[in-house]
Design a protein around this ligand. Structure first.
Ligand SMILES: NC(=O)c1ccc[n+]([C@@H]2O[C@H](COP(=O)([O-])OP(=O)(O)OC[C@H]3O[C@@H](n4cnc5c(N)ncnc54)[C@H](OP(=O)(O)O)[C@@H]3O)[C@@H](O)[C@H]2O)c1
Length: 164
């Protein structure tokens, strides 16, 4: 079985994006994201890929989901379905689902770990993270980081594990 983890940053109402962009600039969360995903395979939706400032993300195998069979992206492996995705990922390694909304929802039930940065703010949004059902997920750790000059919101770095 694939070893899938989700990594996301969401506001207090599960907001994750607006007009194809992130909600706010949080260098502390970007550092966390880089540390956790570095040297791992990442899976990203085509729309989020298009919004990345650097493509591909370095030090990681970048796998892009798209239904467009003609799509070719320099530096990325393009797959067109979950079945095709499972053929290209390494079951021995942790693979990170990095969004956006449609890809989180597509792979949520197949995921065993969620790294969620809870941003303690409320945002105008058109993209949302799925609800984490505490009957199905256990909060393993929750590290608080207070806001500062560069990071204008309090953050909770949470790790959720799917219950057996
Ligand atoms: N806060 C966070 O942690 C975070 C992280 C990532 C993204 N985001 C935000 O999320 C928003 C984007 O989310 P989104 O849902 O609009 O876009 P998305 O999930 O990034 O990408 C959607 C695209 O993925 C492809 N796709 C979706 N389902 C597929 C399937 N079953 N099989 C094959 N390909 C499939 C399609 O590409 P084609 O059109 O090419 O077929 C689709 O248009 C943005 O606002 C972004 O900033 C937030």
């Amino acid at each position: 079985m694939p070893n899938l983890s989700i990594i996301a940053a969401a506001g207090m109402h599960n907001e994750i994006g607006f007009h194809h962009h992130l909600l706010c600039h949080l260098p502390a969360d970007l550092t966390f994201f880089k540390t956790i995903t570095r040297e791992h395979d990442i899976v990203v939706g085509h729309r989020t890929w298009d919004s990345l400032p650097t493509r591909p993300l370095p030090h990681r195998k970048n796998i892009v989901l798209s239904k467009n069979m003609a799509l070719s992206l320099p530096g990325a492996t393009v797959v067109h379905s979950v079945e095709e995705l499972f053929h290209v990922i390494d079951n021995e390694k942790e693979t990170f689902i990095i969004g956006g909304e449609s890809i989180y929802r597509l792979l949520f039930e197949k995921t065993t770990t969620i790294y969620l940065t809870r941003i303690m703010g409320k945002f105008l949004a058109d993209a949302f993270f799925p609800e984490i059902d505490e009957k199905k997920w256990q909060l393993e750790s929750d590290t608080f980081r207070p806001q500062d000059e560069e990071n204008p919101y309090d953050l909770h770095f949470q790790k959720w594990i799917r219950r057996a």
